[in-house]
Design a protein around this ligand. Sequence first.
Ligand code: ATP
Length: 300
Amino acid sequence: MMQVFMPLNFLGFVYREMKGAMTNIENMFALMAAKPKVADSETAGELRVPEGEIVFRDVCFGYSASRDIVRGVSFRVPARQKVALVGSSGAGKSTLFKLLFRFYDVSSGDITIDGQSVRSVTQSSLRRHIGVVPQDTVLFNTSIFENVRYGRIEASDDEVWEAIRLAYLTDFIAELPDKEHTLVGERGLKLSGGEKQRVSIARALLKQPPIMVFDEATSSLDSHSEKVILQAIRDISHQQTTLVIAHRLSTIMDADRIIVLENGRVAEQGSHGELLARRGLYAHLWDVQQHEQGDHSPAP
Ligand code: ATP
């Protein structure tokens, strides 16, 4: 992990080394969150993702034998659809992400991508097919342009510009003192949470994985940043299977399916409208968040 914080005159070297070895800087999010606890099986093959369907089937897991964190979770993310995971803090949302990445093995049940168990494929191929937009993006002390290029180091300048456009960063970059050459990161311009997340989205767009996972920032973004990020996510989620951890329900109203987790179990699932009509946990969370935002009308 120390490499992440090394001085970035080191960058040229990192670039050359990473070209062959590391395909996805965003995976640092996962490396920071969890040290790999599992090894590839001897017969592990390469994951193939022609469609991008994800299935969690009766998944159970605990970080220790004495406490179950995920208790029989089942849901399906159809190819190219957008599914959101919601639930109170500690419900197990991030843990499901870690299991999908296979940072831990399920204790029972299975997680499959296009019918292949994540346990039967190499971890490198698994992570190559999944793009991550983490809550907090690591920025390197180099230009904003090169920061975006980390998504796919061999990308052409035109491809980087296209990712910048799709992540709604073009106007932002046009206003920077040195445009795309502006240095960012610890020793350059400090970006806001929303701007950093857009860099992360641009990196993910450049990578073009068939599956995208977003961990929505908990810190409240200003409403302009939130709008552009949501639009960028919407644009992506038409082409890719998208799994989002959402804290603000207003951001995932358009999801094809919302999975409501409570204490490691699926309490409810359905569309926003279906869940409101049930008047259950989701409708309660919705009412609470509407009140927090100053809208005192109850859910319809
Ligand atoms: P939040 O919305 O606050 O991020 P979450 O729904 O993502 O919460 P998880 O991070 O999945 O919840 O955590 C579920 C439970 O697992 C919590 O009780 C947490 O303390 C526990 N937990 C998470 N990571 C670990 C770990 N590495 N070791 C032991 N327990 C952990």
